[in-house]
Design a protein around this ligand. Structure first.
Ligand code: ZN
Length: 358
């Protein structure tokens, strides 16, 4: 059987040894029936991966996966059926482990099966040609920004996701755009996703230590900012960000926001009205969001009269209180300023004086 087999099928050294056959090669000029020469050149692939990554990618851990054309596996199965071989590693496993081993030696990076810094996939086609794709693990940044001039949107009005395509746009429409483009430039990432703590109007100022936010940076090539922080000073905003080593902080992050609201009433304010406003301290405001009934506590209030029917209300409250709803009372919010003063009140503007993380 073996003799006849050797006449019919030529296998290369690597493919013979995988079947548990002796490594003696009878005829070096023939093409291997299983791998058609692939195994002879397998060690070139890790070099190519390395040159593809150049010096752009920062990673300490990696994983290489292989997608191998079915023809290779079918031919090996055919040989194993003839020789009645079972329980040996497959050509796919052989290739994958050879690629990983060589890449480890070349880069001195560690192999990691769960959440590696970079996942490399080698797709091998029936004619032994291949391509290499990479995907890096997202990194999470925490930052704060202040806005010292009015007239800038917090969020990108059209799209929640800013891709590389529009980072070259000369017009920055929003704080989101400005921060996105700087972060993507610094990390050579593909995309960012914001997780804001609270929100403000286009014409609100954001003062104090600034509004906090979290940022997921997807498919980054650089995993750190130079000197561990990124400082953005651009026109109306300044921001500072740092990479978080341990994922999101959001679960359990409690924040309070100090907001200064300019309110106009349809009637002059009486001394009684001022007392009512003072009584908002320690009140819980309930309001309806899209999905639930939400409660936000007010910790302190300060009233500054500007004229008879115009005043500033500065409140220290749980972050996320919808200010216009709280003042206007047109949508459900209980209590609200209009209801409290029995007069239609309008929020003319509001500024964020500070956001305090508890
Ligand atoms: Zn072979």
């Amino acid at each position: 059987m073996r003799g006849k087999f050797e006449d019919l099928y030529h296998l290369c050294k690597a493919c013979r040894s995988r079947q548990g056959l002796s490594k003696i090669n009878l005829d070096d000029s023939s093409i291997c029936y299983i791998c058609t020469g692939l195994m002879d050149n397998i060690n070139l692939i890790p070099h190519e991966i390395q040159s593809k990554l150049k010096d752009d990618y920062e990673f300490n851990t990696f994983l290489i996966g292989t997608s191998l054309a079915a023809q290779f596996i079918e031919r090996e199965d055919e040989i194993r059926a003839i020789l009645k071989i079972r329980g040996m590693i497959s050509i796919k496993q052989h290739i994958t482990s050879a690629l990983r081993k060589k890449f480890r030696t070349l880069t001195r990076a560690n192999e990691k099966f769960e959440k590696p810094d970079i996942l490399i996939t080698v797709n091998i086609f029936p004619d032994c040609s291949y391509n290499i794709t990479t995907k890096t693990r997202s990194i999470i940044a925490f930052g704060r920004y202040t806005k010292n001039q009015r007239g800038l949107y917090q969020r990108s009005p059209k799209s929640q996701e800013i891709t590389k395509l529009n980072t070259n746009s000369p017009i920055h429409l929003s704080i989101e755009d400005i921060i996105s483009s700087k972060v993507l430039a610094a990390t050579m990432g593909d995309n960012v996703r914001f997780n804001w703590i609270g929100s403000e109007d286009k014409d609100s100022l954001v003062l104090g230590s600034g509004r906090p936010f979290f940022l997921e940076i997807q498919d980054p090539r650089k995993r750190r900012f130079p000197n561990n922080s990124l400082i953005i000073e651009e026109g109306k905003i300044s921001a500072r960000l740092a990479i978080l080593e341990t994922g999101y902080l959001t679960s359990g992050t409690r924040t309070r926001t100090i907001t200064k609201i300019m309110i106009r009433c349809t009637k002059p304010l009486s001394a009684e009205d001022l007392k009512k406003l003072d009584s908002l301290t320690s009140t819980i405001v309930k309001f309806k969001s899209k999905f639930a009934l939400i409660e936000k506590k007010i910790y302190s209030v300060l009233v500054d009269k500007i004229d008879l029917s115009l005043f500033y209300l500065t409140i220290n409250a749980d972050s996320g209180l919808p200010i216009k709803q709280f003042v206007g009372g047109k949508e459900y919010a209980n209590p609200n300023i209009s209801m409290l003063l029995s007069s239609q009140c309008d929020c003319l503007s509001f500024d964020i004086l500070d956001v305090i993380i508890q």
